[in-house]
Design a protein around this ligand. Structure first.
Ligand SMILES: Cc1cc2nc3c(=O)[nH]c(=O)nc-3n(C[C@H](O)[C@H](O)[C@H](O)COP(=O)(O)O)c2cc1C
Length: 429
């Protein structure tokens, strides 16, 4: 059996603006109901978690202007307040929201995630990113963003502080003895007095230990520094690589790194991104895939804007018919750009490739897609998949009421949850 998650690639943002099947998106901006409906569907389908991406910037790198971003609706509301709403509508689903370590003071994050772990009754997770655009850093008062590998060094120390704060109460510190009038044992609540190279915190947390003790940590980002960070700290890693060979290599690489950090490879679940395109028949699915590829190829501007965002470099300035500039050491998303660079000889070709986020291309009926997923997972030795498809109520239904039952009929995903807490379900198999 493997695990399933859904990556909401636009966080608490706008889904389906000006697209078919988008519902009432124009009047429903910032309405949480789509996400609540989605959470209940994912739980019906037996998913481990729903993961909300986040960023803190309206990108203006492409063409040096906000124009493109505001034409297509690149906005993000804060995902954290969504978490309790999603938890209230569900009882087993894990809920992961993204936080940038570079910008969140560790104490604020430790306290927030502890509180959310209580409110969700042990079902919260945090996706730790270091963020990339300079503009985001400037929103938080920095002159420019921190260099790529240094960001991960800082993130590593950040996690140490946060974990120390989560552990600042011993698990049995809470006594709640009304007769003796003792709420907690002060001998079991400790100052942290963390003083590192980048962060300082006194502690203890002024909250009580949460159901999971430490909320789930999720990580994405495949550079060497990113992989080390995930191998050291994450409970689940989400990966966007291309093809089963790379999936296998990624899982093996994470396992090796985990062992070098003294962890068991089974302590982390590596989920690979897919965006299945499904229809009632193979022909219908293929026709849909062809339409999507054509639309993507025609959207050169959108693709160049995305690449500008990932690299913090203005792609409107490059010659489209020249080879892709070497961006392997850019200060943004290094692994994402390495994958892009592999997809064609010229920038024009690279920017006009059909680019759903996917580790294996999946086109077919729910039945045939479920077979391919089973085969790929068996070969790659990963722990499951993360759906990265565009979010509409239609795509949610295709996955939750078409694909998930097909996977379940093959015994590939769970038919019910064994536990109440996110970590216990995640580590069950
Ligand atoms: C599946 C996936 C999800 C991601 N989600 C976010 C996100 O929500 N916010 C963000 O700032 N970066 C996000 N990223 C970017 C990574 O966290 C990371 O910052 C980026 O890939 C650069 O890391 P790298 O240079 O190690 O590849 C995501 C990346 C992947 C592959």
């Amino acid at each position: 059996m493997f695990h399933m998650g859904w990556f909401l690639g636009m966080g608490f943002g706008v889904y389906g603006w000006n697209q078919p099947w988008s519902g009432n998106v124009a009047s429903d901006i910032a309405n949480p109901q789509l996400f609540v409906d989605m959470a209940t569907s994912l739980e019906r389908a037996g998913f481990d978690y729903m993961m909300l991406e986040d960023s803190s910037v309206i990108p203006d790198i492409y063409g040096g202007s906000l124009e493109h971003s505001l034409k297509v609706g690149v906005v993000r509301h804060d995902p954290m307040p969504l978490v309790p709403l999603l938890a209230a509508a569900t009882s087993k689903l894990g809920i992961v929201a993204t936080a940038a370590t570079t910008f969140y003071p560790p104490f604020l994050a430790a306290r927030l995630m502890n509180t959310l772990d209580h409110i969700t009754k042990g079902r919260v997770g945090v996706n730790l990113v270091t963020a990339s655009p300079h503009a985001a850093a400037q929103n938080y008062g920095l002159d420019k963003h921190v260099e790529h590998d240094l960001r991960y060094e800082m993130a590593d120390e950040w996690v140490q502080v946060v974990k120390a704060l989560w552990d600042s109460w011993e698990p049995d510190a809470l006594i709640m003895d009304e007769e003796r009038g003792i709420f907690a044992d002060h001998n079991k609540v400790h100052r942290v007095d963390f003083e590192g190279q980048f962060y300082k915190s006194r502690g203890p947390l002024n909250t009580v230990p949460s159901p999971q003790g430490r909320p789930i940590i999720c990580q994405a980002g495949g550079s060497a520094a990113g992989r080390n960070f995930g191998a050291k700290h994450a409970d689940t890693i989400i990966a966007a690589v291309v093809g089963v060979e790379e999936m296998k290599a990624y899982r093996d690489d994470i396992s090796e790194r985990m062992i070098s950090f003294g962890r068991k490879p089974t302590d982390v679940k590596v989920l690979f991104l897919i965006s299945p395109i499904m229809g009632d028949t193979e022909g219908e699915a293929q026709a849909k895939a062809d339409r999507m590829a054509a639309a993507q190829a025609a959207n050169l501007e959108g693709n160049l804007a995305a690449m500008s965002y990932f690299t913090s470099m203005d792609f409107s300035k490059f010659d489209l018919d020249a080879p892709m500039p070497d961006l392997s050491k850019n200060n943004g998303h290094q692994s994402t750009m390495n994958d892009y660079a592999k997809s064609g000889p010229t920038l024009r070709e690279i920017a006009s490739k059909h680019r759903t986020v996917e580790s294996i291309p999946l086109v077919g009926t729910p039945e045939s897609v479920s077979v391919q997923m089973g085969e790929a997972m068996e070969y790659a030795g990963g722990d499951g998949f993360l759906i990265g498809s565009p979010v509409t109520r239609k795509s949610i239904t295709e996955v939750c009421d078409g694909l998930a039952p097909a996977l379940r009929r093959r015994g590939l995903i769970r038919s019910s949850y064994s536990y109440d807490h996110f970590r216990d379900n995640l580590l069950e198999f």
